[in-house]
Design a protein around this ligand. Structure first.
Ligand code: SDX
Length: 393
């Protein structure tokens, strides 16, 4: 089964693609990256190895992985102009807006990337290393600014997730717990790609016009920001906190979620493709237990989340609509336990999804079948009519 999509709205084939990157089976809850089950990758691999697999199609040898890690680590700083741009943002700015703007602004500092049709293989290899390397700098640098803390330089001796956490929380005398870094590394693996979701389709649509890679990825970041998509992980935590602040009565919120007159939806529940369970949610739920136990944290929000899931899975409304926890339902509880603030959860999703976006962009631009995305419509407006002079209206 090839994951083939059509870039149309069902009214005429205005563009389609085949993809060999990620396979989903929504009925069976199957997710494979380049044929490898997500369960095996989450257990046995590391994020940078998965990024290599997605981008190049095969698991790397040790020397290939070492070289890839060196390339990513070589992008451990930003042009001064990007730091200056980030410094202009108010401290209360949402980090997703900062990341999107900073990534787009990179196009001003790397003009060699402006014309995607003239990229060499070396440029293609550089794109993933540079954007994986620089997105974590952007996120960490803005966070440290909001905390009035000096930036912590990237440490190439650390694995990707540990380096990020060290830049976020590290510095003198505050070593990163390897267990914590491993937990974040696993979350990054689970978010790395997901076929033609909203933000990845956005990347393909923007990329199909031959916009530069920074503008293309920045568009994906903006699409991910929405609370129906990547923004759901922050919305889940806000929902759980609201339930806790209202006495923990999650039944009331289940009722609200079913009330068609109430715009409230159970955040972290439901999925356009998975109609039984999201395999990532299962892995994250288990990781939740082990991470909180290792850190000696008892988070009452986890009890509320478990209660919500247990009740929803017995409720005909949710059962009839195949609504189950998705990747965002438990992830925020782990991010919070790792000391990451809620308004940064979606930037974690963006950091994880970066290799997926770039792999799909690379596949799209290499395909001869790619044409500019141009969805059509069914016109339901006024029929043809003549102009009326203003003094006749
Ligand atoms: C991600 O596509 C991907 O792969 C995305 C993603 C990825 O890795 O890239 O997996 C990441 O975005 C996960 C989804 C995160 N979003 C949320 O958790 C937000 C809450 N979920 C819903 O908004 C919704 O379930 C969506 C957006 C995820 C899916 O929307 P759909 O497929 O358009 O579902 P729908 O609106 O057609 O819903 C079908 C029915 C409707 O009721 P009826 O009109 O049939 O009576 O189910 C209801 C909906 O009202 N419904 C919900 C619900 N989700 C759907 N009711 C209450 N709570 C919900 N969460």
């Amino acid at each position: 089964e090839s994951a083939c999509i059509t870039l149309d709205n069902g009214f005429g084939n205005t563009g389609s693609c085949e993809s060999a990157i990620t396979f989903l089976n929504g009925e069976k809850g199957i997710l494979h990256y380049r044929g490898y089950p997500i369960e095996q990758l989450a257990e046995k691999s590391v994020f940078q190895e998965v990024a290599y697999l997605l981008y190049y199609g095969e698991l790397p040898s040790q020397s290939e992985l070492n070289l890839f890690k060196q390339k990513v680590a070589s992008y451990s700083s930003l042009p001064q102009g990007i730091y200056n741009i980030i410094d202009q943002f108010p401290l209360e700015a949402h980090p997703m807006g900062v990341v999107s703007a900073a990534v787009s602004a990179l196009s001003a500092f790397y003009p060699e990337f402006i014309n995607p049709t003239s990229l060499s293989q070396a440029d293609i290899d550089r794109a993933i290393a540079q954007l994986m390397g620089q997105i974590k700098i952007i996120i960490a640098y803005f966070f440290r600014r909001t905390q009035s803390q000096a930036p912590v330089p990237s440490d190439p001796s650390l694995i990707y997730a540990a380096d990020f956490l060290n830049m976020l929380q590290g510095g003198e005398g505050n070593p990163i717990d390897p267990e914590v870094a491993d937990a974040l590394d696993t979350l990054l693996i689970l978010h790395a790609d997901h076929e033609q979701n909203c933000s990845t389709s956005t990347v393909r649509v923007i990329g199909s016009s031959k916009a530069n890679i920074f503008a293309t990825v920045s568009g994906g970041i903006d699409a991910l920001w929405g609370q129906l998509h990547g923004g759901a992980n922050q919305a889940v935590l806000e929902m759980l906190n609201e339930i806790q602040n209202n006495g923990g009565d999650y039944q009331k919120y289940l009722h609200k979620a079913k009330d068609k007159n109430d715009p409230f939806r159970l955040m972290g529940f439901g999925h356009r493709v998975y109609k039984n369970f999201d395999p990532r949610a299962k892995i994250i739920k288990n990781a939740c237990d082990s991470v909180l136990q290792k850190l000696g944290i008892h988070d009452p929000l986890l009890d509320i989340a478990r209660g919500l899931e247990e009740q929803a899975l017995k409720d005909p409304y949710f059962i009839e609509r195949h609504l189950y926890p998705n990747v965002d339902f438990y992830s925020g509880i782990i991010y919070q336990a790792l000391g990451i603030p809620a308004n940064m959860f979606t930037t974690m999703f963006a950091m994880g999804r970066m290799p997926g976006w770039l792999s799909q962009w690379k596949e799209m631009r290499a395909s001869e079948a790619t044409r500019i995305a141009r969805p059509r419509q069914v016109y339901i407006g006024a029929t043809a009519r003549d102009y009326v002079a203003i003094n006749q209206r």
